[in-house]
Design a protein around this ligand. Structure first.
Ligand code: AMP
Length: 285
């Protein structure tokens, strides 16, 4: 496995592969790997001749009061895990190269970023689309793999790739969960033991929403009131949002008539967790 920690060598490596007719798959990450990341890597490995994984905690997607400085990092652990799943290249660039002095260009996807996390994390998706655009230009992948755990991010990246005519395919893979159902996240390490118990109510509430849907309920307000009740019943929880949206436009809907997603963001203790479920999809727990 190669570790490339500068932009120019990454670009020439990718260009050389392309000239040889080789296919490149790509998994962008912020590191501190868990099974969710590894699952994306294993799948991406099968899709191409060369799998590149980036590890970069992107400052432009964090708000001023968010956890940028304390975001968990462990490069040595990550590189061992990456090697074990067959990653060919880790791209690990420094901030000074990604955002040099006088940096001033950003990519903004307008509509699908407005609702959900867009409301509580202004500027977050602008940071995400900007960094992904830059990484796509550096890694030159044919296919990039994202987790649907960050559902709004996945929809936003797909929109950007379509709108900007970027020549790559975006694949979304299902959320990987702990044995008890908690969606895997690098931020789960922040949870204290009793908070971790409360955090389980997130997936329980998604299951409850699916159960209500299965029994024929289609009114968002009825599903949402049961779901919020269940989340609030757990200590240490503070709901940021729980919403039912059209699965493509991500606009709120009153009635579930098209494909719909229930998405939630909840602070458990001081840790903000997100989860979601597309009605009718399997809920792997
Ligand atoms: P992050 O390092 O948190 O930015 O995540 C990097 C990639 O891994 C993103 O595409 C995420 O959606 C994906 N990811 C994070 N957690 C999970 C999970 N539990 N299951 C599947 N994919 C995930």
């Amino acid at each position: 496995m190669k570790i490339i920690n500068s932009i120019a060598p990454m670009q020439s490596f990718a260009e050389a592969l392309r000239l040889q007719g080789k296919k490149i798959s790509f998994v962008p990450t912020m590191g501190y790997f868990h099974e969710g990341h590894l699952d994306l890597m294993r799948e991406a490995r099968k899709m191409a001749d060369c799998l590149v994984v980036s590890i970069y905690v992107n400052p432009t997607q964090f708000g001023p009061k968010e956890d940028l400085s304390k975001y968990p990092r462990d490069f040595d652990r990550d590189s061992k895990m990456a090697q074990d799943v067959g990653v060919d290249v880790i791209f690990y660039p420094p901030n000074e190269e990604m955002y040099p002095e006088n940096y001033q260009t950003y990519v903004n996807v307008e509509k699908v970023t407005q609702n959900l996390c867009g409301l509580s994390r202004p500027g977050h998706f602008r940071g995400v689309t900007t960094i992904c655009n830059k990484l796509f230009n550096i890694v030159k992948p044919h296919v990039a793999v994202f987790g649907k755990k960050d559902y709004q991010q996945f929809i936003t990246i797909k929109r950007m790739v379509t709108d900007m005519n970027l020549d790559l395919e975006i694949i979304g893979l299902p959320t990987v969960r702990e044995a008890d159902g908690l969606a895997m996240s690098s931020r789960n390490v922040y949870l204290k033991e009793n908070e971790r118990v409360s955090a389980l109510n997130l997936v329980k509430s998604l299951k409850l929403a699916q159960k209500l849907y299965d029994s024929g309920e289609r009114k968002s307000s009825r599903i949402l009131s049961e779901v919020t009740g269940l989340i609030k019943s757990a200590p240490y929880t503070e709901i940021d949002y729980v919403k039912i949206c059209d699965a493509t436009t991500l606009m709120d809907i009153d009635e579930i008539a098209t494909q719909a997603v229930i998405a939630l963001a909840v602070k458990v203790g001081t840790t903000r967790l997100i989860d979601n479920h597309v009605f009718g999809d399997p809920l792997n727990t």
